[in-house]
Design a binder for this molecule. Sequence first.
Ligand SMILES: [Zn+2]
Ligand SMILES: [Zn+2]
Length: 164
Amino acid sequence: MLGGAVEFVVAAVCALVFGTFAEYFIHRSMHWGILHPEGHRHHHEANEARNYLRDFVDYGTGAVVLGWFGFLYSITSGFGWAFGGLVYAALASYSHQIQHANADLVFWMKRPVHRLHHNLDMREHNFGILVDWWDRLFGTYRPVEYLREARRYTVRDFLAIPWR
Ligand SMILES: [Zn+2]
Ligand SMILES: [Zn+2]
């Protein structure tokens, strides 16, 4: 029984990590002009992030397209991987929204790379949205100074994004 639970968790974590890699690669290919270049240019020009639900549909579509991979291995891995993909889509959508709404709240990264990507209209740096790992690994990380406001935030601040 424990074996099954461990397998589920491992598959879910793998999907999460894979999701962050896909996010990096897909965002980068938008700047290469391969995937949705027009829509993404508009996102940069408008500097506006629509809402959580629409992001979740976008990220979730990716999760559904790639979400069956785990079943090639086993039923347990299949459900674990699919679950991890959905968790990834939920977290990435939140990370995207909060970096547009109030990047000071992005406590899980040294710098809110997506905010910097937009502020400085970067075309070749800081493609990460949920994490900055892949930028660091592939040499596209640009550590621009980012000062957070020194104040206390409440749960309400963290929830202040356009949900739908
Ligand atoms: Zn971009
Ligand atoms: Zn954005």
